[in-house]
Design a protein around this ligand. Structure first.
Ligand SMILES: [Zn+2]
Ligand SMILES: [Zn+2]
Length: 393
């Protein structure tokens, strides 16, 4: 899948913005040269605005970079879990593990397992079915309801680990016996979030707002039926999904004891594999990756596993989207097998950059080689070890 440049204004890096600012400033003579003209004042204002833009952009990029680094770490952890448990990898490069069917009699899930069970259902409703048909209105309805339940259960599961009384609407008013028997009124998701923050339990930014939007849509859906557009439903679901996964990975799962944590990590394998097959989730993640990829188009190629244009070639090549990683010589071969369908010779030639001979592939289209209309692209002879474009012999 090759998405070309969009038609909006070209993305500018902070360095480019600052260079523009300096260029404008040099057009203005020093203050000692006399009073400023209107034009000069305008240049200085524009330069200040460009610098502010550059600072903001840099901050955004750092936040995105941190989020992506985190994803790469999680992917590595997932791969280790899969390896330890002998779980095979699917063709998306993610461990293919399916949650066991829970026997009907086993309704006494611990709260965290219950939250994950709801989330697995959300994922299963939002991904294409066995014959590849996309989710329909009924799937969206259940995805929304189960996501709502997953969030509430996950927040309360963490709250319970802190102090079970806090799960009750009025803490201190319920006996442990009644609590275990379920004879109590519990607090809602919004209140649970508030209490977690009060006890300084880490809580993702923007989670509350996203949960509120989801709750509004759920109310509308339950009272007036699912007449909302699919895009409305997905727009409410995706941010909550994104942040719930962060909450699970960073807050709830690390607080669990064994064997609950091991079970939870296996559920997360299935959840993460599913997330990559949800279109709107994919679109949101690609948007988040865009600024980071903008600066490295000459070393980014299509990923042979997830087919997104997000594979950055470097000392260790890694796909920012599906988080697959390769040693360069293996990547050259897999790229040839999948992207070139194995047609023509495999890796050949010698890299003028790093001198390696097993990592050089002819006819590689880097993202920098794509043209606006998506119809035409150039290609280079490319080194998968050092990302040099190698002159043809
Ligand atoms: Zn990939
Ligand atoms: Zn090289």
């Amino acid at each position: 899948m090759h998405d070309g440049e969009d038609n909006g204004p070209a993305f500018q890096t902070p360095e480019q913005l600052r260079a523009r600012a300096i260029e404008l400033e040099t057009r203005v003579p020093p203050a000692t040269a006399g009073p400023r003209t209107d034009d000069e004042r305008m240049f200085l204002e524009k330069a200040a605005a460009l610098r502010a833009d550059a600072d903001r952009l840099e901050e955004e990029q750092q936040a995105i970079f941190a989020a992506n680094e985190r994803e790469l770490r999680l992917m590595a952890a997932d791969a280790r879990t899969a390896q330890r448990e002998g779980i095979p990898f699917d063709h998306y490069g993610t461990p293919a593990w399916l949650p066991e069917k829970v026997p009907d009699a086993a309704l006494d899930f611990p709260p965290a397992a219950n939250a994950l069970d709801y989330l697995v259902s959300v994922i299963d409703h939002l991904t294409p079915d066995e014959i590849g048909d996309p989710p329909g209105p009924r799937d969206h309805k259940y995805a929304l309801l189960h996501l709502d339940a997953a969030v509430e259960t996950a927040l309360k599961a963490r709250l319970e680990l802190h102090d079970w009384q806090q799960v009750c609407k009025e803490p201190g008013s319920v006996t442990r016996q009644d609590f275990e028997a379920g004879r109590f009124k519990s607090c809602d998701a919004k209140e649970a979030g508030k209490r977690l923050r009060k006890f300084n339990v880490p809580y993702p930014d923007g989670f509350s707002a996203a949960i509120t939007r989801l709750g509004e849509l759920r109310n509308r859906l339950q009272h007036f039926g699912a007449n909302g557009a699919r895009s409305d439903v997905e727009a409410a679901i995706v941010p909550v999904l994104d942040l719930l996964v962060v909450f699970l990975d960073d807050v709830l799962l690390p607080a669990l004891g064994e064997p609950d944590r091991a079970t939870a990590h296996r559920h997360m394998l299935h959840i993460r594999a599913g997330l990559n097959r949800i279109d709107s989730y994919t679109a949101a993640r690609l948007k988040r990756l865009a600024p980071e990829l903008a600066g490295v188009k000459d070393r980014t190629v299509e990923c042979p596993r997830c087919h997104q244009d997000t594979l950055i070639v470097g000392i260790t090549a890694g796909c920012r989207f599906c988080r697959s990683g390769w040693p360069p010589e293996e990547l050259a071969v897999e790229y040839h097998d999948i992207i070139h369908s194995g047609i023509g010779a495999g890796p050949r030639g010698t890299c003028t950059g790093c001198g390696r001979s097993d990592t050089v592939m002819p006819h590689v289209t880097r993202i920098a080689d794509l043209r606006n209309d998506n119809q035409f692209h150039d290609s280079v002879t490319f080194c998968f070890a050092c990302a040099a474009s190698v002159p043809d012999e």
